[in-house]
Design a protein. Structure first.
Ligand code: PSU
Ligand code: MN
Length: 327
């Protein structure tokens, strides 16, 4: 009798996640740890953009510039990535350098995490992978360039980024320049609605931005015009215990949006080439990004860098406004 009840107690107190949880899987950088403990603003940053989104050395310089912008705005940057099977929240300069030059780093979304960790591999975390780690570390604001979405022809291929389902299940605010027109923007917005994701454009436009251009032809469900208003959305998502994320879409600054039509043509060519070459699954987005940069002779890369800088500024201001609200 005693034995049985002891076993029963063990079963109800030892949930399977607790039994297998290893805190050493996460390494939180001391600066990030200190900021979180002091309830100071922290901004999470992804690393697939470093390992798969941009060529070396632009990937490294951009990653460092973005961290500097976050610091200049009064927040602490936490670039998230995987090194030898451990999830790092906040990377040192050498660690950033390693990921930027690595030829073997994997692209890590939710589904890749168990494998990469089991094998002790290294990788850049996508929006989905980064959201998971940021949430676990207690960082509600995450800045990136662009998120994944429903691919063109996605209604047939079912190529729908795990970023969208992650936004539906993890309460993190993702600050991005919207969705690239390499994707089906209309279906992406529909899917985000189904997933319960609160989508708002930041600034004075009501249009949902399309990464390289300020307009996508689609109106954003909502619109906020200050860091405070954006922080209110995040605070209320958290106080409602919604468990779903937010997408804050920041249009590319006007002065960098001029190459729109040229990039649009390059995207068309790249999407067609990806499909005729049989590029599939996780390779599609990196293939198209690289091709578009090549076709526009680096102009898309310059625009990409400019919008990430801007997102970092806006996201940091939102993180600062949110941290003031909480305390
Ligand atoms: N869009 C970009 N640059 C990027 C990505 C998307 O402009 O680097 C990366 C992000 O990490 C995003 C991922 O989470 O690609 C989406 O990949 P997929 O479409 O395979 O889900
Ligand atoms: Mn995909």
């Amino acid at each position: 009798m005693w034995r049985l009840s002891a076993i029963f107690r063990r079963c109800i107190t030892t949930s399977s996640s607790r039994r297998y949880k290893k805190d050493s899987l996460f390494i939180i950088h001391p600066d990030v740890k200190e900021a979180l403990a002091g309830h100071r603003p922290v901004v999470a940053l992804e690393s697939t953009i470093i390992t798969h989104g941009m060529p070396y050395p632009h990937n490294l310089s951009t990653a460092k510039e973005v961290e500097e912008i976050v610091r200049a705005e009064g927040a602490i940057p936490a670039t998230i990535g995987i090194l030898k099977g451990r999830i790092h929240v906040g990377l040192s300069s050498d660690e950033l350098d390693f990921l930027a030059q690595s030829k073997t780093a994997l692209k890590v979304s939710r589904r890749d995490l168990p494998y990469v960790i089991s094998k002790g591999l290294s990788g850049g975390t996508t929006v989905s992978g980064t959201m998971i780690a940021a949430h676990r570390a207690g960082i509600p604001v995450f800045v990136t360039g662009g998120i994944g979405g429903v691919h063109r022809d996605g209604e047939n291929s079912l190529d729908v980024s795990a970023d969208l389902t992650e936004l539906g299940r993890t309460p993190i605010a993702v600050v991005s320049a919207g969705v690239k027109s390499i994707l089906d923007i209309g279906r992406t917005l529909e899917f985000l609605e189904t997933q319960g994701v609160c989508v708002a454009t930041y600034g004075d436009s009501k249009s949902f931005p399309a990464f390289f251009s300020r307009q996508s032809g689609f109106t954003s469900p909502y619109h906020v015009s200050s860091p405070q208003e954006a922080a209110d959305l995040i605070a209320n998502t958290l106080s409602l215990g919604l468990q779903s994320g937010l997408l804050l879409a920041v249009p590319i600054p006007e002065e960098h949006a001029t190459t729109g039509q040229q990039i649009e043509n390059a995207i068309q060519t790249a999407v067609t080439e990806a499909s005729s070459k049989g590029v599939r699954g996780r390779d599609v987005t990196p293939f198209i990004l690289q091709k578009v940069s090549e076709l526009t002779k680096g102009k898309s890369l310059q625009a990409n860098i400019a919008l990430i800088h801007n997102n970092a500024k806006v996201g940091s201001r939102i993180a600062c406004a949110l941290s003031k609200q909480k305390h």
